[in-house]
Design a protein around this ligand. Sequence first.
Ligand code: IPM
Ligand code: MN
Length: 370
Amino acid sequence: MKKKIAVLPGDGIGPEVTKQAVKVLDAIAHRFGHEFEYKKGLVGAVAIEETGDPLPEETLDLCEKSDAILFGAIGDPKYDNDPSAKVRPEEGLLRLRKSLGLFANIRPVKTYQSLIDRSPLKKERIEGTDLVVYRELTGGIYFGEKGRSEDGETAYDHCTYSVEEIERVAELAFEAAQNRRKKLTLVDKANVLETSRLWRQTVQAKAANYPDVEVEYLFVDNAAMQIILRPNQFDVILTENMFGDIISDESSVITGSIGLLPSASIGEKTSLFEPIHGSFPQAAGKDIANPIAAILSAAMMLDHFGLKEEADLINSNIDFMVKKGLVTQDLDSHNFVTCSKVGDALSLLLDQTIAEVRFENMFEGKLPVI
Ligand code: IPM
Ligand code: MN
């Protein structure tokens, strides 16, 4: 298979984790005889530095012409600490999502049995967690009208949703539930917000088309509690943009590290694949970041291309590596390897010519040998 992939490394640890994902994609291409052509684009703070725009026209153009987008991370403390900044890196990602019509953000959360003790939550609570968040990505408070009063003393961010916006992401979530454990939980704040009442009404109406799916409704405050109290009660969680942002970060605590969670954003045009974590500027350039979320995002991309065997192979090899303890320091502060070693080891594992990889050597700072 031949595919054109736009690579948008972005800020902070984005470039280093994306590099590992590309390494792994190359190993897959080599093993299965695919041809992946990568083209890099600027986005975020690095794009502002070079062009003044967090999403240069050229980048958007590249994304539209590609079969998929591999995205790193976005954000820079320089802008976080300056509330009056005229342009912000995040704008680049938000405009990209909007321009490509990426209305559904899919964030799977799964525990690794071998990492069960890495989570700050009790083992018996989190064992067997396997849920997926369907987060609406191009509407709500993120994209509503925002502004300040003339005297600057009052600010507003409007939250708006239409039935159509709710329906299209709900359909994807219902379909996912049908292919999973057939349970869908709508997370909203329908006791307070009008937009949430529209979500509930729309999802209730849609539910009639999916009689095999059990539908449950939870207020977001209660959901935030339930997710860490008893995460394995969830199968598919459907929610609006802002609630989805918050509860997906919260869900990452279950797995032990936010560096493990990938995502796929799909919609009207080219799909985008990105880790859920941010740019982690403190770790940038140090080769210590966890690249698994980026690599799993690449696996989601392969799955999206219909390359299920290839995606499954990445997933099972990551399971294997994690079991072997070949992880970055966020998961093991004593025995850890670098970000690039995780990518190297995984590409070696994926290369069918390597019969045996000696992991012991990885801990001694050497490359694995046959
Ligand atoms: C995410 C991020 C983004 C969001 C930021 C960087 C704009 O936190 O993808 O979850 O809030 O959607
Ligand atoms: Mn987020």
